[in-house]
Design a protein around this ligand. Structure first.
Ligand code: SF4
Length: 283
């Protein structure tokens, strides 16, 4: 069987960078280290990091010497809290998320009212809000626009990095019809969209499509949906252990894509297992 790996599959730039930061800190065996929340939604990776001495904490706890902040960023108060407790805060915020914070600070200095288009309950948005000193409006749906009086306002609008360009455009378009003046920064990160587009193109051109990633990972589940629509012989798996010969009957080509939280070694193990099945004699 021929294996085709989809472009842009697996770790995005920001997650890879955060993982490198965690692994280099894990070498410091004398220190108690934790990530604030799981680094990524992948149980194998979380377990692997635990074996390397990196725990997961849900709060800033002085039990730890070092706490690593996640790639989607945190409210700036968290850094202050670490400082007050004598904990070393390691910042693994993705530079694309950092860029949203910087835009917010710039717009606030220019006297604009900050509008964040994003999910109000999401950690990334909570972090961005803190850069506006929580003096901002969060738009979580197109209907939310009607809740605010934007007339005679000068607004600085940014987007949560994971929004779809279509949705962000719709919200901005609706606000533009009401507000006096708007300044907009397109702060969307296109890693997710590139991954989805590549998987969408590959799935119909292979006999079997495998989508690899945590069953609780939202971006992997979305990839699975996209591929399943394009190819009914699509399977969502977390590791090579879920692969069996029956999946590949009359199959010449296998496509593989993976969510943002899937490390390369899991994809490599899957390729090895497919090769093994491919080479084993047919009954
Ligand atoms: S999806 Fe984009 S913004 Fe989010 S961590 Fe990855 S590269 Fe950074």
């Amino acid at each position: 069987m021929k294996i085709k790996i989809s472009e842009h599959s697996g770790f995005c730039f920001g997650v890879k960078r955060a993982m490198d930061i965690v692994l280099s800190n894990a070498k410091d065996k004398d220190k108690k280290i934790a990530t604030l929340g799981p680094l990524i939604h992948n149980p194998q990776v979380v377990e692997d990091l635990k074996e390397k001495g990196v725990e997961v904490t849900s709060e800033i706890d002085k039990f730890y010497d070092k706490i690593i902040m996640p790639s989607h960023g945190v409210p700036k108060e968290f850094f202050k809290k670490c400082e007050n407790l004598g904990i070393e805060a390691i910042d693994a915020t993705c530079p694309f998320v950092e860029a949203v914070h910087e835009k917010v600070v710039e717009y606030k200095k220019a006297g604009l009212k900050i509008v964040i288009v994003g999910d109000a309950g999401h950690s990334e948005v909570k972090g961005i809000m803190s850069s506006a000193d929580n003096d901002c409006i969060v738009i979580s749906s197109i209907e939310d626009v009607d809740k605010y009086d934007f007339k005679k306002k000068k607004l600085g609008i940014v987007s949560q990095t994971t929004n779809s360009p279509k949705y962000f455009g719709e919200v901005v378009g609706k606000i533009a019809q009401i507000a006096d003046e708007i300044t907009v920064a397109n702060t969307i990160c296109y890693a997710t969209h590139k991954r989805q587009a590549a998987a969408h193109d590959l799935a119909p051109n292979v006999d079997v499509m495998l989508v690899v990633g945590g069953k609780n990972s939202a971006n992997t589940n979305r990839l699975f949906q996209i591929c399943k629509e394009m190819n009914p012989h699509t399977y969502h798996i977390e590791t090579d252990e879920e692969i069996s010969g029956e999946m590949f009957e009359n199959c010449d080509t296998v496509g593989i894509t993976a969510g943002a939280s899937t490390p390369d070694y899991i994809i490599e193990d899957i390729c090895k297992k497919i090769d093994k099945i491919s080479l084993s004699p047919k009954p």
